[in-house]
Design a protein around this ligand. Structure first.
Ligand SMILES: Nc1ncnc2c1ncn2[C@@H]1O[C@H](COP(=O)(O)OP(=O)(O)O)[C@@H](O)[C@H]1O
Ligand SMILES: [Mg+2]
Length: 593
């Protein structure tokens, strides 16, 4: 708070005004008993401490009201005073200066001769009133100074607050002239915003500027715009939000928030849990199987039916689920994933369905939303559904049938609009036979089955995947690998990839870490893959021979005419093109059959 000393000039003026009106000397002291102002003999002592003789002043400040001493030395307050008996004053009025109930100083009116003392005594009431007004004047001045100081402070405070924002912020007058801008805005736009003639028109061009001024100037809430502009050598893509600034007298100006586009995307993805919105184009592979997979995803994406994705671990099941979500009509909604095998059984139920306040000991106050509710209007991905406990399978089935959930401990059902995509690497049919998976749930989720083939059955994809992962790790590890040796390629081809694409990705990451030049070669591969060769080759060989024999047997049955081959392909569950490709691969000629 501002003290009396900082308005010393005003205090001296008041002291002199009082002295000239009343013809009596005056001093003003602050709450540290420093003389702030004085007239007559006191003038020379301004700035000095009067702590030793300030006994009465201290009392007045403590009490908060005025004291009149009409018989110095005899007054009860004079008794403890060090100056008692040596004091030349005849009469004294001490008036407190109170600001918001706190005394910050006093005005002392001091008479040294009997004549003046008599005059004051006779007019005591009006003198008191006058002193009261003067004290009030000083108090008001202090308040005003406080207020101004507060304004300056809050101005600085808010300026540094808006400078902290990662969002650029500018404010303009209603003609588009820029009034304020924060640091981020300056960093983004440089001179365009800081020069003295900066305006919306210079920033965004006249058409955009007019539109902003028109919309926000009318007091309409928010205007969102995507804007591209040149800032120095850089091209900027910004998202701007314009809002009217309104005060008592209506719209006073326009506030414009500026956001860099890349930052927006990053934020959206971070908070929606989708690091990147994977689409079908992110499912790489040149094989027939992957091509068909992409087509299938596109064709079923917009349906609401439940999908069951089957495939070994690491084949890309989650990728497929995300692609389905991002291709379909629910892509604006949330994609919520939950792994049924990673969460303890006892928690899975509440994770899925949520619970009400006080549903069980340890339940969070106010209850908790389950994944089903969180995924409302979006997609729920139930990974590893084969690992779900039986009683939860029953509950899940009911939810899928009734399209509503009940929180644990909840009284009324909550409708949910969720598309469920389930995935598993387990043999559900076998589990059903053994009574481990409910048949009714199986039929309910298996409306659209999608199989993702293991990598060893689509080795053509290895090349594309490798090139992709090399690019990814070039970026991440700051390397410049451009290719692979033929030996490296052959090793990847011969290996059986039990961990599928995930294992391939890890192998490339490993190799990239070891690579020192611009090609990956065999010695960069993890030992397991480098040395797995013989055994795996043998296995693949056996498998291949089995496939070859099956094809030959089928062709024997249906014949090698075009019609026969069509029938054979159908019987084998493959396309006619695939049959031709396999025949070529295994070197099966019509005459061999
Ligand atoms: N066809 C593909 N194209 C690109 N990346 C893939 C492909 N299939 C799998 N991946 C990658 O391999 C890893 C494992 O995939 P994921 O979907 O988690 O497999 P799953 O759920 O079947 O275990 C992920 O990093 C994923 O991005
Ligand atoms: Mg997975």
């Amino acid at each position: 708070m501002v003290d009396l000393m900082s308005i010393q000039k005003n205090a001296q003026q008041i002291a002199e005004a009082i002295a000239s009106v009343l013809g009596i000397d005056v001093e003003i002291a602050d709450n540290n008993l420093i003389r702030v102002a004085g007239t007559g003999i006191y003038r020379d002592y301004v700035g000095q401490s009067m702590a030793s003789q300030g006994y009465i002043y201290r009392e007045v400040m403590r009490l908060g009201y005025e004291i009149v001493i009409d018989n110095p030395g005899k007054h009860e307050l004079c008794q403890p005073c060090e100056q008692k008996g040596h004091c030349s004053e005849k009469y004294e009025i001490v008036y407190p200066i109170n600001v918001d109930g706190v005394s910050i100083g006093v005005i002392g009116l001091l008479c040294f001769d009997d004549e003046k003392a008599r005059r004051v005594k006779q007019n005591q009431d009006s003198y008191l009133t006058f002193l009261g007004k003067m004290a009030e004047t000083l108090a008001l001045k202090i308040k005003e100074e406080n207020y101004l100081k507060g304004l300056v402070y809050s101005n600085r405070y808010f300026k540094s607050v808006i400078d902290c924002l990662e969002e650029g912020l500018i404010t303009t007058a209603l003609d588009g002239k820029i009034v304020h801008y924060n640091k981020t805005a300056q960093n983004l736009l440089g001179k365009k915003v800081s020069s003295s003639d900066a305006s919306l028109e210079l920033l965004f061009g006249s058409k955009r500027a007019e539109e902003i001024i028109d919309v926000a100037g009318k007091g309409q809430k928010v205007l969102e715009k995507e804007i591209r502009l040149d800032a120095g050598s850089e091209k900027l893509q910004l998202m701007i939000h314009a809002r009217p600034i309104t005060a008592e007298r209506g719209v006073q100006g326009i506030a414009i928030a500026l956001n860099h586009f890349t930052k927006i995307k990053r934020l959206v993805n971070r908070y929606s849990g989708n690091e990147i919105s994977y689409t079908v184009d992110d499912i790489l592979g040149s094989s027939e199987a992957v091509r068909r997979l992409r087509e299938k995803i596109k064709s079923i994406a917009s349906s609401n039916s439940t999908v069951l994705i089957r495939g070994e671990s690491g084949t890309g099941k989650e990728l497929v689920a995300r692609a389905i979500h991002n291709c379909g009509s629910r892509r604006q909604g949330p994609f919520v994933a939950i792994n049924c095998s990673a969460i303890p059984e006892s928690l899975l139920e509440s994770e899925l369905f949520g619970y009400e306040d006080g549903a069980f000991t340890g339940a969070r106050k106010g209850g908790k939303m389950g994944k089903f509710e969180l995924a409302d209007k979006g997609t729920l991905f139930l990974d590893e559904i084969g690992d779900m406990a039986q009683y939860l399978q029953v509950k899940l089935l009911r939810v899928l049938q009734e399209r509503q959930i009940e929180r644990i401990g909840g009284l009324s059902p909550i409708p949910v609009d969720v598309r469920v995509i389930a995935a598993t690497n387990r043999d559900l049919e076998k589990m059903i036979a053994q009574g481990e998976f409910r048949e009714d749930l199986y039929y309910r989720i298996n409306v659209i089955p999608i199989d993702v083939a293991p990598l060893r059955e689509r080795k053509e994809d290895i090349e594309v995947l490798c090139r992709h992962f090399i690019e990814v790790y070039n970026q991440q590890l700051n390397k410049e690998v451009r290719g692979m040796t033929e030996d490296f390629r052959r090793k990847l081809w011969e290996y059986s990839w039990p961990g599928n694409v995930r294992e391939l990705q890890n192998a490339i990451e490993y190799a990239m870490n070891l690579a020192d030049g611009d090609v990956l070669s065999v010695e960069h591969l993890p030992v397991a893959i480098r040395e797995a060769q013989e055994q795996d080759e043998e296995e693949t060989f056996k498998l291949d021979m089995l496939e070859r024999r099956t094809i030959v047997r089928c062709l024997k049955r249906y014949g090698t005419t075009v019609e026969g081959k069509k029938k054979a392909a159908k019987a084998l569950g493959i396309g006619i093109a695939t049959l031709y490709r396999k025949m070529a691969r295994y070197g099966i000629k019509d005459v061999d059959v």
